[in-house]
Design a protein around this ligand. Structure first.
Ligand code: SF4
Ligand code: SF4
Length: 451
């Protein structure tokens, strides 16, 4: 089997271990599957993220370990079985790629990445559905054909169009689609000067990379992050989807979710090329949306993109990680007004933020705001998981995932509470399932400053 992703990180995994039970086809990919020791930890209930599909169904087939069992069975059979086995298709279908297993499983089984390889192999066999193509290319299509933004607004307001969308494409009628902001974040200026000196006394430069989700759907978070960075003494270079004439700079997150590996590689190369001058100058690349930014640090390394991708992985940092590190270095002391935000604040973490331990950065940053009353929602995946929660056959599972902990926590919170959610999908799911609006951490921090 010729794999689509680079699995060479696993080339020595399980070698020489008679009990490793490495399947006979799949090479290094099969070794990545075989790191599971079938301990059953992922079939216990408890805190953490792992595993949303098992939690809502209680079906052992739908736990990381259950998926591994089926994967091993088909990979010991034939490539044909791997591509056509119905039980495997069912097991993979409900994996929401939350990366909970990668972080919480004792052997770090990376089912999210295994699922991408699985879908990429399936794509060679059968074409993607029209819905999957629309979702996979959604950000790029929304830039290329602005009429789609109007169509989404019309669809959301018409029960007939919602019904038609479900019948024709399989887009869940009961869920509103995210709507593009009136004015996406696409400033003409390339560089913004600091608004105050940096405490180190040195000239500091950073890049604020506004991914397509942030730019299109919540431009305020990029504007607020830009303002805060400048106020903290940084010269800020901006890269956004329309920064380079003739191309749309995108992370490729949605493309990869549907197993479109070659297409992701192409957009990743464009993005890396546009960031390269800044990488060569050793500047941090600060991102706002967790699944987009962390892709630069994680998934890009599996695409065989060479040295520049590895350099990008070292420089890509979430906004909260950057601010937290600056606080440690004695910077980012912004003139917050003690008690300015008088309402309680609830924080919901994106699964990928939790998977890399970024919640402690958020905690540190929020602690730097005097008089702020904040707490974290203990929850697993919100259930939106890319477009999973927009798909007709998945929408009930998606709502059940949200109902596990997130929605009850939001219902129990006082009506005036502010909800912080940096994930684009999470923010939409919170709106859809609880009617509450959310804001990015950067927006909250800006609210804590003087007018
Ligand atoms: S996936 Fe991880 S937690 Fe689950 S059975 Fe395998 S090794 Fe244990
Ligand atoms: S990535 Fe998430 S949903 Fe998929 S198997 Fe792992 S914990 Fe479960």
């Amino acid at each position: 089997m010729k794999t689509e992703l680079d699995w060479s990180d696993y080339k020595d995994s399980g070698m020489g271990d008679a009990y490793a039970d490495i399947p006979k086809i799949g090479g290094d990919f099969a070794k990545a599957v075989a790191v599971c020791i079938r301990s059953g930890v992922c079939e216990q209930h408890g805190r953490g993220v792992m595993c949303p599909s098992f939690r809502v169904t209680e079906n052992p087939l739908l736990s990381p370990g259950g998926r591994v069992t089926v994967l091993k069975k088909v990979l010991n059979d034939s490539e044909d079985a791997f591509l056509k086995d119905k039980e495997l298709a069912e097991a993979m279908d409900l994996c929401v790629a939350c990366k909970g297993c990668k972080r919480e499983c004792e052997n770090n089984v990376d089912m999210a990445q295994i699922k991408i390889e699985y879908l990429a192999q399936k794509n060679k066999l059968e074409p993607l559905s029209l819905r999957s193509k629309l979702f996979a290319w959604s950000s790029i299509l929304l830039y290329r054909y602005p009429i789609l933004r109007t169509l989404i607004r019309l669809r959301n307001r018409s029960s007939l169009l919602r019904w038609l969308g479900e019948k024709t494409f399989g887009i869940a009628a009961k869920v509103a689609l995210p709507e593009v902001a009136e004015k996406p974040f696409q400033p003409e200026e390339v560089t913004y000067m600091p608004l105050a000196p940096h405490p180190s006394g040195e000239a500091k430069e950073v890049v604020l990379w506004a991914d397509s989700f942030s730019s299109l759907f919540d431009p305020k978070q990029a504007e607020d992050a830009l303002y805060l960075l400048r106020l903290a003494g940084f010269q800020v270079h901006i890269v956004h989807p329309l920064s380079h004439r003739g191309t749309i700079l995108d992370s490729g997150r949605a493309l990869l979710t549907f197993g479109l590996v070659d297409e992701t590689r192409q957009v990743a190369k464009q993005l890396i090329g546009s960031l390269l001058p800044f990488l060569n100058a050793d500047m941090p690349i600060i991102g706002l949306e967790p699944s987009s930014l962390l892709m630069l640090r994680d998934e890009y390394k599996t695409l065989g993109l060479g040295e520049n991708a590895l350099k990008l992985a070292k420089h890509a940092v979430l906004f909260e990680e950057f601010v937290s590190a600056e606080l440690t270095r004695g910077g980012f002391n912004l003139p917050y007004i003690d008690g300015k935000i008088a309402k309680p604040v609830l924080v919901h973490g994106h699964c990928h933020e939790k998977a890399i331990g970024a919640m402690k950065s958020i905690r540190r940053v929020l602690k730097s705001v005097p008089g702020l009353d904040f707490s974290f929602i203990e929850s697993s995946c919100c259930g939106m998981a890319g477009t999973f929660g927009l798909e007709a056959e998945h929408v009930e599972y998606s709502h059940q995932m949200a109902q596990q902990a997130l929605v009850p926590a939001l219902q129990a919170a006082p009506p005036e509470a502010l909800v912080v959610s940096n994930g684009f999908g999470c923010a939409h799911q919170i709106r859809v399932t609880s009617g509450r609006s959310t804001c990015h951490l950067a927006t909250l921090l800006r609210q804590a400053l003087a007018e």
